[in-house]
Design a protein around this ligand. Structure first.
Ligand code: ADP
Ligand code: MG
Length: 350
């Protein structure tokens, strides 16, 4: 897919280009007029690299969708600014049809699709009728790329969630945007089909140099897909970085819980395990091993079936730990165990 070269869609109000990363946010805030007691996005700073997949993760209500809409230009910042290739992103104030022309937004819940039209028409309708041959060939090309060419004559309403999402992405990509924004793109895709769709999207990024920014609340999704991760909590960006770094060495307990379901221990709880720390610490579930022992100081208080592994809850006075048992062996609630901590994480938040 060739990239759109006319990407600097600056408008008359915007005469100054600055030297900045591909997408760049500075002190960006938004308070909705209808909900002034809550700051939806609170003074965030970020930079997004070209040709990479960046994921925004955070719990529900943390401001992810609002941030995505601010980046696209659908919402007017209350303060601060978003820049695309150095140009301030135009908003409703600056142009009639909101949305940056070098970007495309795939919104949540297939809002943009005409469910009663055929797949072909949903996608082809994005191109003008000025060149019918090109319209046909481009439509075939993008349907093939998204592996839905065989569905061309079906109604969108009759497709599965995963197929609908492929149509939505094909529709967004047919005009060769430089940047694709996706809000919770795998929410309505069955788990069994998610992986294939994620890998296909990654391949498109590799082949075309497309930049993707996606929002998700699911750690398995963002860890598998993203080159860069932005963590949002209460309208703020609290961490940004490489997914592996954020998984193994998060600065914040929130990140550790979100990405790794880490056990968060106060310093006095940590001392019960012989770990000295003035701060609270995190212990990822996979970093705890245990052996059954009559003289162990922990008791197995719960066993949760998770398919190929079991989650084991180990307790002693003042302390409960969740750990994984893999491969699965026979353990029972009420057995005593000794615990061995392989690794812990020191946080920088308080
Ligand atoms: P997330 O996508 O992380 O779940 P949102 O960005 O949707 O979070 O919401 C952030 C905050 O802004 C929430 O408190 C939400 O209620 C509020 N909010 C979102 N959209 C609107 C809107 N259109 N009008 C008023 N408040 C909104
Ligand atoms: Mg949302």
């Amino acid at each position: 897919m060739a990239q759109n070269s006319s990407s600097c869609q600056h408008n008359p109000a915007d005469t100054q280009k600055i030297d900045a990363p591909h997408i760049f946010g500075k002190n960006l805030s938004l308070v909705f007029e209808s909900k002034q007691d809550v700051i939806a996005v609170n003074s965030v700073n970020f930079s997004i690299q070209k040709g990479k997949i960046t994921a925004i993760i955070g719990e529900s209500g943390s401001g992810k969708s609002t941030l995505l809409k601010l980046i696209y230009g659908l919402l007017e910042p209350s303060a601060g600014e978003v820049r695309y290739q150095g140009w301030r992103v135009p908003t409703r104030k600056d142009k009639l049809i909101p949305g940056h022309e070098a970007m495309k937004l795939v919104s949540q819940g297939f809002d943009d699709l005409n469910l009663y039209a055929k797949v072909w028409d949903n996608v082809a309708s994005q191109l003008p009728n000025t060149n019918i041959a090109r319209k046909e060939s481009k439509t075939i090309e993008i349907l093939q790329k998204l592996k839905i060419a065989h569905l061309a004559q079906q109604r969108v309403a009759d497709l599965s969630g995963g197929e609908k999402q492929r149509v939505a992405i094909a529709r967004a990509l047919i005009n060769e945007p430089e940047t694709l924004l996706m809000d919770e793109p795998f929410n309505q895709v069955d788990a069994a089909f998610r992986d294939a769709l994620q890998q296909d999207i990654k391949q498109i990024v590799q082949e075309t140099g497309l930049t993707i920014l996606l929002v998700s609340h699911d750690p398995t999704e963002v860890l598998a897909m993203s080159d860069e991760l932005i963590v949002m909590k209460n309208a703020k960006i609290i961490e940004q970085g490489n997914p592996e770094k954020l998984y193994y060495k998060p600065n914040n307990s929130y990140t550790a819980q979100l990405l790794a379901k880490s056990n968060i221990l106060s310093s006095s709880q940590a001392s019960l395990l012989g770990i000295r720390s003035v701060q609270h610490i995190g212990i990822h579930q996979e970093d705890i091993s245990f052996t059954l022992s009559q003289t162990g100081d922990f008791l197995i208080t719960d066993i949760r079936f998770r398919g190929f592994y079991k989650e084991i809850v180990l307790s002693k006075p003042q302390l409960t730990l969740h750990t994984l048992l893999y491969p699965v062996t026979n353990v029972h609630i009420g057995q005593r165990a000794t615990v061995h901590i392989i690794r812990h994480v020191n946080f920088q938040d308080s």
